[in-house]
Design a protein around this ligand. Structure first.
Ligand code: ADP
Ligand code: ASP
Ligand code: MG
Length: 424
């Protein structure tokens, strides 16, 4: 008998009908003779709706209470899903993250899983029940409070369960047929990848491809869990995210240098204007930013003007971290000795990712050429071994993604199918 972990995202359980459809799918897996453990997300956009509600009550929320609120979304879907399965004549039991033994650190809103003690899940499996676990949430032994794992965190719940229970398969069911060469909502001609390495998937997730939670990919890599991302709306094969060092024989490899293109509209740019061009200044600036726990991404320092000996330093960071970084820097204006600060939240970041970039030449030239031909100005550039990112104006980044996708020969013959979801 195999143990299969299945994760169903919000758009797959958006309403009563969808819940019944998903329940049927789970029951089929059970009937085929498998033990089944399910991680489920909150229905549809209900996490966003809870956030909107909190913002209506107060713009500044206590992190502990916000986690209490948001974790309620998954409680609703897990119970309804268990009811649906029971109505089909199969035993099912739902568990909150804390009941499932999802132990995290105490960081509200972005908790890390530190231990998984699925005692109650094993008992339920031994009793022959289908196990349903609320995704996205855990419990901190340190603070004795409920935590959440960050937006998109139900993927990580599924992977952690698969690792702890030594599952044979971890399937991530969503509203598209797998991992595509770009977000099919942005690039209609994106094509589905048969396989993608966990390293490429990590870079894609870090660059804004929200199809998988980045921590889920990290966790899967660390614990040797192979992921299968697929649609909950049909039975087509999805995308296998695998570790090449553990790749099955004869794993087919894509021909293209680029595995995919990702777009990120969640960052802003801060420019520190008129910084003295001397040793230690960058250290001072980024120490102050680091103390706010802001997550700095792309950094660019201009050449200094010979006449003044001053330069500008720009960096990007999540919009959510913008305010605190600005406040901290403003407070240190004299100590650092800069002229002024600029804040720009109308930027977009486009990234291309591919393992084969390591050994290929001319990739950046091709990228820049494609952007030039599309009339798009590049404001910042950053690279890793397998990724090149450029910062552009927010309103041209989608058009940039379409152009770059075509330039690298990634376009499919037909438009990709998006089965559900609002893309929110
Ligand atoms: P779920 O609710 O199932 O967790 P998400 O909305 O979190 O679903 O993730 C699926 C969405 O990710 C897709 O609908 C798609 O718009 C988006 N996406 C972004 N980049 C990609 C990509 N490279 N491949 C597939 N989907 C992508
Ligand atoms: N419901 C949570 C969110 O919307 C977690 C998830 O769906 O993975 O972010
Ligand atoms: Mg998701």
């Amino acid at each position: 008998m195999s143990l299969i972990v299945q994760k169903f995202g919000g758009s797959s359980v958006a309403d009563a009908e969808s819940i019944k459809r998903v329940a049927k799918r789970i029951v089929e897996t059970r009937k085929a003779g498998n033990d089944v453990v399910v991680a489920v997300s909150a229905m549809g956009d209900s996490t966003d709706e809870l956030l909107d509600l909190a913002n209506e009550v107060t713009p500044i929320q206590a992190p502990r209470e916000l986690d209490m609120l948001l974790s309620a979304g998954e409680r609703i879907s897990m119970a309804l899903l268990a009811m649906a399965i029971k109505s089909m004549g199969h035993d099912a039991r739902s568990f909150t993250g804390s009941q499932a033994g999802m132990i995290t650190d105490a960081t509200h809103g972005a908790a890390r899983i530190v231990d998984v003690t699925p005692v109650r899940l094993r008992e339920a499996l031994d009793d022959g029940a289908i196990v349903i676990v609320a995704g996205f949430q855990g419990f901190s032994r340190e603070s004795r409070d409920i935590t959440t794992l960050g937006r998109g965190g139900s993927d990580t719940t599924a992977v952690a369960l698969a690792a702890a229970l030594e599952a044979d398969v971890c399937e991530i069911y969503t509203d598209v047929d797998g991992v595509y060469t770009a977000d099919p909502r942005v690039v209609k001609r994106a094509h589905k990848l048969g396989r993608v390495t966990s390293e490429e998937m990590l870079e894609l997730a870090a660059s804004g491809a929200k199809v998988l939670h980045i921590r889920a990919v990290e966790y899967a890599r660390r614990h040797g869990v192979t992921l299968h991302v697929r649609s909950s709306f049909n039975n087509t094969e999805g995308t296998v995210v695998y570790d090449p060092s553990r790749a099955p024989e004869g794993a087919e490899v894509e021909e293209s240098v680029i595995a995919g293109v990702a777009v990120d509209l969640s960052e802003a740019k801060i420019t520190v204007v008129g910084v003295p061009d001397k040793p230690g200044v960058a250290a001072k600036i980024f120490k102050i930013v680091a103390a706010t726990n802001a997550n700095v991404d792309v950094i660019v320092q201009n050449v200094s003007a010979a006449a003044t000996g001053k330069t500008d330093i720009s960096f990007t960071l999540p919009k959510a971290d913008g305010e605190k970084a600005l406040t901290a820097l403003a407070g240190a204006q004299e100590a650092i000795g800069f002229g002024s600060l600029q804040y720009d939240d109308q930027i977009g970041k486009l990234s291309i990712v591919g393992n084969a970039m390591r050994n290929a030449s001319g990739v950046s030239a091709k990228l820049f050429e494609a952007l030039y031909e599309a009339g798009i100005n590049i404001e910042m550039i950053s690279t890793s071994e397998i990724r090149i990112s450029v910062v552009t104006r927010a309103d041209s980044v989608n058009q940039a993604a379409i152009a770059v996708h075509t330039a690298f020969g990634l376009d499919a013959a037909e438009d990709a199918v998006v089965h559900a979801g609002t893309g929110r």
